[in-house]
Design a protein around this ligand. Structure first.
Ligand SMILES: *Cc1c(COP(=O)(O)O)cnc(C)c1O
Length: 396
């Protein structure tokens, strides 16, 4: 691996120099107003990224997985019903966590490459007249397949069925990179982490709770200690965590949120869409297909690319690392060996993306695939040269 090249794994993402510096801090008293000056802007900034006026934001020393656990343990009780579709590795893992917590999960098996089936959810919710289902789980962006699901459609399904279940959304690989509307979509818990859209090292679980989800914590009986939002809220009231906070990472988050605000949230989304459009143009020029089955599902943060029958897609990733010092993502679970993934989120420019596409196509040619050098890069160049100049992204 080269440490000069950008990474094209779908998280952790490239860390801008300014954020590496922001994380590198001397020790401060984490129970003083000095820490409060870092903490409170983080909370306010995350709320803006979630597009919420009222969300209760909590930040834990953890990763996205800890965010899932925070959502479940603060709001649910053993035996509660949960509705979830399994359409990739990340939805699978969240379902597994529910089961290990003694929740009763109604699983809708969904083909990988497809989005969450809102119609089926609506039928199931309508049939649940006793309201045993307390929460609907949704993975906004399935990082394993590069599939974006329609969260507004899930909210509509809940409303049409007249069902009071809470809506929990894993936005780990979308929040801060793709449009996310906590209030408009009626999301009760939104989950993310520091190492994707926020361009930081792994180490923070970042969650937003609606008033309804926060109230649910008053009566929910699943055990929680480290991930208690009540303890965390009490800590915040005193400019502190209930335990020692990762101060450097929190300072990194503060500066990351400033960078995102400076570029403008909508400009950040537009940059991700443009970069993704270039990747998709390259994939099409290579004559390959995305794992996502239709354009409405295409993710702007990660593309899972199917390779021909009989070819091991993981070879591309190994070859890129060993020969060109560049990192792409392997296929996970059901699509292991069938797809390789290009992550295109976080601190990226059009020019950086061209380098990734150039290496990807060299690898495919080296490994004998019938692809013409320059074809994908050329197709992406056409997309990028007609696009607007990227706004400052602070990729210094
Ligand atoms: C990365 C990711 C996670 C969480 O992973 P951690 O390694 O625990 O941070 C969860 N869901 C999705 C969709 C992800 O992409």
């Amino acid at each position: 691996m080269s440490f000069q090249n950008p990474v094209f794994i779908p998280g952790p993402t490239n860390i801008p120099e300014a954020l590496r510096k922001a994380c590198d801090m001397t020790t401060i008293d984490h129970r003083s107003s000095v820490f409060g000056d870092i903490l409170h802007p983080c909370i306010a900034g995350v709320r803006k990224v979630l597009k919420s006026k009222t969300a209760h934001v909590f930040i834990f020393p953890s990763t996205g997985t800890g965010g899932w656990e925070t959502a479940l343990t603060n709001t649910l009780s053993p035996g509660d019903g949960v509705l979830a579709a399994r359409n990739g590795m990340f939805s699978h893992r969240w379902i597994d966590m529910c089961q290990r917590h003694g929740l009763d999960v109604k699983i809708v098996e969904t083909a990988w490459g497809h989005g969450l089936p809102a119609d089926q959810f609506e039928d199931i919710l309508r049939a649940d007249t006793g309201h045993k289902i307390k929460a609907v789980l949704a993975t906004h962006n399935e990082t394993a397949t590069g599939v974006k699901s329609d969260i507004a459609a899930l909210r509509k399904a809940l409303n049409s069925a007249g069902h009071p279940a809470m809506l929990f959304v894993d936005g780990v690989s979308s929040i801060g990179s793709m449009d996310f509307r906590m209030d408009d979509w009626g999301v009760d818990v939104a989950v993310t982490g520091s190492q994707k859209g926020f361009m930081l090292p792994a180490g923070l679980a970042i969650v937003g709770f609606s008033g309804k989800a926060k109230t649910a914590s008053d009566t929910a009986t699943l055990p929680r200690t480290f991930f208690s939002i009540t303890d965390m809220a009490n800590g915040y009231a005193a400019d502190a965590f209930p335990y020692t906070p990762p101060v450097g990472l929190m300072n990194g988050l503060k500066v990351s949120l400033e960078m995102i605000a400076q570029e403008g949230l909508e400009n950040v989304f537009a940059r991700h869409t443009r970069i993704a459009d270039g990747v998709r143009a390259a994939v099409s020029a290579w004559g390959l297909d995305l794992c996502a089955v239709s354009p409405d599902l295409y993710s702007d943060t990660v593309s899972a690319i199917c390779t021909p029958e009989g070819f091991n897609a993981t070879d591309i990733v190994t070859h890129a690392a060993e020969n060109y010092g560049m990192a792409f993502g392997v296929g996970l679970g059901d699509v292991a060996g069938k797809v390789f993934r290009i992550g295109h989120l976080g601190s990226l420019t059009d020019a950086m993306m061209l380098s990734g596409l150039g290496v990807a196509e060299m690898c495919m040619v080296d490994l004998g695939l019938d692809i013409k050098l320059g074809s994908g890069v050329g197709a992406a160049q056409e997309v990028y040269r007609h696009g607007p100049m990227p706004a400052t992204i602070g990729a210094a």
